[in-house]
Design a binder for this molecule. Structure first.
Ligand SMILES: *[C@@H]1O[C@H](CO)[C@@H](O)[C@H](O)[C@H]1NC(C)=O
Ligand SMILES: *[C@@H]1O[C@H](CO)[C@@H](O)[C@H](O)[C@H]1NC(C)=O
Ligand SMILES: *[C@@H]1O[C@H](CO)[C@@H](O)[C@H](O)[C@H]1NC(C)=O
Ligand SMILES: *[C@@H]1O[C@H](CO)[C@@H](O)[C@H](O)[C@H]1NC(C)=O
Ligand SMILES: *[C@@H]1O[C@H](CO)[C@@H](O)[C@H](O)[C@H]1NC(C)=O
Length: 332
């Protein structure tokens, strides 16, 4: 059923030419078609733009772990409707079974920084940081995480324009997550960068990669990509039965094994717990993921009902800039 609707739409699109006028009026796009190796129609568009936020401020680490977990958001932006209607900054302690330091997510570690690049492509960006405190402050690591308020995203194309930098011993990630009663029931698709590895290595996984102590090697791939220290567009497309990851518009990994099936929460994080995966960050070290923007197309769970009304099909891939949509076909 779904497949036949899709091919009908594909045929309709093949004969339609790109309309020159961008979809400027609010609500002009009824759905979005993604490009790439697994094109799909998605209903909603979200754009978080961190490139021009007033009064950027890099926060100092908080030496007391209790106070770090209690810290408020670092900038009014994170209280603004543009962010807070759909996302929240996290504060909690998360330690894996082999952790050797307290991995402490603090709102203090998600902040707006001025872009000090030699030829800056933006005036600001969001930074997510992890910082290793000395033993005198308690054996802890300040870490950063943001997640969607809604746990109900099903199928999407999620992109971020980002880079990773800093000390060895951190993980930076973009992922979908749905918890389960046991580790075998978790559904999660992630991009992970390990700062201890070469800057052209990334891990793409349809979790769990280990369940009940048994590894599932088909769940995960380590792949050479264009270096993550440079600004790149990292993209994850979740479609029925397929996870596809891109860097700068090119597919770098596809995996049909154990693709998430049920609605999920979306997350970005930067962390270390001194365990076997992140390894240990040296005391006083820090690592960060800088993000200029996040753009997400999501949900086709109303398909095909909603598509019966999808007169104006848009694209973000053919837009003139990030966050800008282009009308690609207009039907009855
Ligand atoms: C950390 O802050 C809490 C709450 O203010 C306080 O009770 C505690 O004594 C502090 N710990 C240290 C080591 O200063
Ligand atoms: C964010 O909102 C909270 C709750 O209203 C407030 O206490 C806090 O001061 C605000 N933070 C900033 C940085 O605006
Ligand atoms: C996605 O669609 C489902 C079904 O209509 C809805 O329940 C859910 O809230 C939507 N998700 C978001 C994030 O809006
Ligand atoms: C995992 O991959 C191997 C090698 O491609 C294949 O033989 C095996 O059937 C796969 N296992 C599962 C559970 O898909
Ligand atoms: C898809 O669009 C992106 C921009 O969002 C572009 O970088 C990429 O080359 C396009 N891919 C294809 C297959 O057209």
């Amino acid at each position: 059923m779904v497949a036949s609707y899709l091919s009908l739409w594909a045929t309709a699109l093949a004969v339609a030419s790109v309309l020159l006028a961008p979809a400027s009026a609010a609500g002009a796009c009824h759905c979005y078609l993604t490009n790439g190796s697994t094109p799909q129609y998605l209903v909603n568009h979200q754009f978080l733009d961190f490139r021009s936020i007033a009064s950027p401020r890099i926060t100092a680490p908080i030496k007391n772990r209790t106070l770090a977990t209690k810290a408020g958001v670092t900038h009014p932006y994170f209280n603004s409707t543009a962010f807070a209607n759909t996302w929240s900054v996290q504060a909690w302690v998360s330690n894996g079974p082999d952790a050797t330091v307290w991995n402490t997510y603090s709102k203090n570690d998600v902040y707006v920084a001025a872009n000090a690049d030699a030829r800056p492509a933006s005036s600001t960006y969001m930074t997510m940081r992890t910082y290793r405190h000395p033993a005198a402050n308690g054996n802890f690591q300040e870490s950063a995480e943001i997640q969607t308020l809604s746990p109900n995203y099903k199928y999407l194309s999620m992109r971020m324009y980002a880079r990773t930098r800093g000390s060895t011993g951190a993980v930076t990630a973009m992922f979908t997550y749905r918890g389960g009663a046991t580790d075998a029931d978790v559904q999660e698709a992630d991009l992970e960068v390990l700062t201890r590895e070469n800057a052209n290595q990334a891990h793409y996984t349809n979790q769990p990669s280990t369940a009940g102590g048994v590894s599932r090697p088909n769940a995960t791939n380590q792949v050479a990509i264009p270096t993550w220290t440079a600004w790149r567009t990292h993209r994850y497309d979740w479609s029925a039965g397929m996870s596809t990851w891109y860097v700068d518009g090119r597919v770098v990994n596809q995996n049909s094994y154990q693709v998430p099936k049920d609605p999920a929460t979306l997350l970005f994080n930067v962390w270390s717990d001194g365990g076997g995966w992140s390894k240990v960050m040296p005391v006083g070290g820090s690592a960060a993921m800088d993000v200029q923007w996040i753009e997400i197309l999501y949900n086709n769970t109303d398909y095909p009902t909603k598509y019966a009304h999808c007169a104006n099909v848009c694209s973000i891939d053919r837009g003139t800039a990030p966050g800008v949509t282009a009308l690609i076909s207009s039907g009855p």
